[in-house]
Write a protein that binds this ligand. Structure first.
Ligand code: CUA
Length: 359
C-alpha cells in the first residue's frame, strides 16, 4: 500500500505537464506548416471550406452543450416527490433531429465534394508546369517532364520542389513502395501518393518563399523523416534555376572519388550523376532508385529534407546513415537504402567535397 499515493500524484503531475506541453506547443507564432494561413488558391479553397464548417460546429456545440447543462440543472431531481414522468419516444422530435443534421451534412458535402474534384483538376491555360512526383521510402523524387537537361533527359531532383510563383503547377504522383501522402499545408491539402496509381494535385504559390511540408501518411519507420519543401522562386529566378539544372555535373578531379561514385557496388547502384563517365571515359550504368545527385548541392537539405545540407552533416550521413535516420524496418520486402560502405575518413572527405560542389 505504501508508495501508491505519491506514484498516483506523480502520474497526475505528468498528465498535467503533458497537456500543458501540447497546449503551449499549439501556440507557436511561426508555425511553418500552419494550415490556417493559406498562401495559394488551393490552400485557400480548403480554408474556405474549413472556416464555415468550424463556426457551424461551434454554434452546434454551444447550443447542444448549453441545452444539456440547462436541462440537467433546471430539471434536476429536487426531492423524491418530483420524479419526472417517464415517456417513451417523441416522433416529432426524432424526425426533427434526424432531418436537421442530415440537411446540414448535405449542405457541407456539396461544396466539399466539388472542391475535392476541383483541386485534382488539371489547371487550364498553356502555362502549366507539369511535375511527376514519386514517393519513396523515405524521400521524394520530382521529374520536370517538359524541362529537359542538355542530355535530353527530364530534370530530376529530390525533396525540394522548386516552382515559379504565380504559375500553376500540376503534380502527377505515384509511389514505388507503399502509400505516402504529399502535403504542403500553406499551398494545398493532402493528397495520397499510391503505388500503381496516379493521383493529381495542383498548386500555385503567390509569393516567393520556402513552404515546408511532409509525408502525411504513415509509411513505416522513417515516415517522420520524409519531409519536403516547396521552394517558390520568381519567374526569373526559376529560369536561372532551370538553366543550372540543365547542365551536366563536372567530372571529379580526384580519381578515387570517381571510382567510388561510379562503382556499381556502391554509389552508382542507386544514384545518377549526369555527365560523369568511367575513368576510361566509358558510359556508365547508374542507378535510379536513390535521389539524382547531379545538382545535389543546389538543395538546402537532404535525406528527405530531414537535415540541412552542410559538409559535417553529409560526412556523418555517408559515414553511418542509419545512425542519423532509420532506413529499414527489417522486413524482407524493404527497398534497398543508403548504407555504410566502410569508406575511410579521407575517402568520405573527398566525396563530400565533390558533392558539395555540385550546384
Ligand atoms: Cu511517406 Cu509517410
Amino acid at each position: 500500500m505504501r508508495g501508491r499515493k505519491p506514484r498516483r500524484s506523480r502520474r497526475a503531475l505528468w498528465t498535467r505537464l503533458t497537456i500543458l506541453a501540447f497546449t503551449t506547443a499549439a501556440c507557436a507564432s511561426n508555425a511553418p506548416q500552419d494550415t490556417l494561413k493559406p498562401e495559394g488558391p488551393v490552400a485557400r479553397q480548403a480554408d474556405n471550406l474549413f472556416k464555415p464548417v468550424f463556426w457551424i460546429a461551434v454554434a452546434i456545440f454551444v447550443l447542444v452543450e448549453g441545452a444539456v447543462v440547462y436541462f440537467s440543472w433546471h430539471f434536476r431531481r429536487r426531492s423524491d416527490a418530483d420524479a419526472p414522468k417517464q415517456i417513451h419516444g417523441n416522433k416529432r422530435l426524432e424526425i426533427l433531429w434526424t432531418i436537421l443534421p442530415a440537411a446540414l451534412m448535405a449542405g457541407i458535402a456539396i461544396p466539399t465534394v466539388i472542391t475535392i474534384f476541383d483541386v485534382a483538376q488539371r489547371p487550364t491555360g498553356a502555362d502549366v508546369l507539369n511535375v511527376k512526383v514519386t514517393g519513396h521510402q523515405w524521400w521524394w523524387e520530382y521529374e520536370y517532364t517538359e524541362l529537359k537537361t542538355q542530355g535530353g533527359q527530364p530534370i530530376k531532383t529530390a525533396n525540394e520542389l522548386v516552382i515559379p510563383t504565380g504559375r500553376w503547377v500540376y503534380l502527377s504522383m505515384t509511389s514505388t513502395d507503399v502509400i505516402h501522402s504529399f502535403w504542403v499545408p500553406k499551398l494545398a491539402g493532402k493528397q495520397d501518393v499510391i503505388p500503381n496509381k496516379i493521383t493529381n494535385l495542383k498548386l500555385l504559390a503567390e509569393h516567393a518563399g520556402v513552404y515546408r511540408g511532409q509525408c502525411a501518411e504513415f509509411c513505416a519507420v522513417s515516415h517522420a523523416n520524409m519531409r519536403l519543401r516547396a521552394i517558390a522562386l520568381s519567374p526569373a529566378d526559376f529560369d536561372t534555376w532551370v538553366r543550372g539544372q540543365q547542365r551536366p555535373a563536372p567530372l571529379p578531379t580526384d580519381l578515387q572519388v570517381l571510382s567510388i561514385l561510379t562503382n556499381p557496388q556502391t554509389c552508382a547502384a542507386c544514384h545518377t550523376i549526369d555527365g560523369i563517365r568511367g575513368a576510361g571515359g566509358q558510359e556508365l550504368v547508374q542507378g535510379v532508385i536513390g535521389p539524382n545527385l547531379t545538382h545535389f548541392a543546389s538543395r538546402g537539405t537532404f535525406a528527405g529534407s530531414t537535415f540541412d545540407l552542410t559538409a559535417q552533416n553529409l560526412f556523418r550521413w555517408i559515414d553511418n546513415p542509419t545512425a542519423m535516420k532509420p532506413l529499414t524496418s527489417g522486413h524482407p520486402g524493404d527497398a534497398p537504402t543508403m548504407r555504410d560502405y566502410q569508406l575511410t575518413r579521407d575517402q568520405i572527405d573527398a566525396i563530400v567535397a565533390y558533392l558539395m560542389s555540385l550546384r
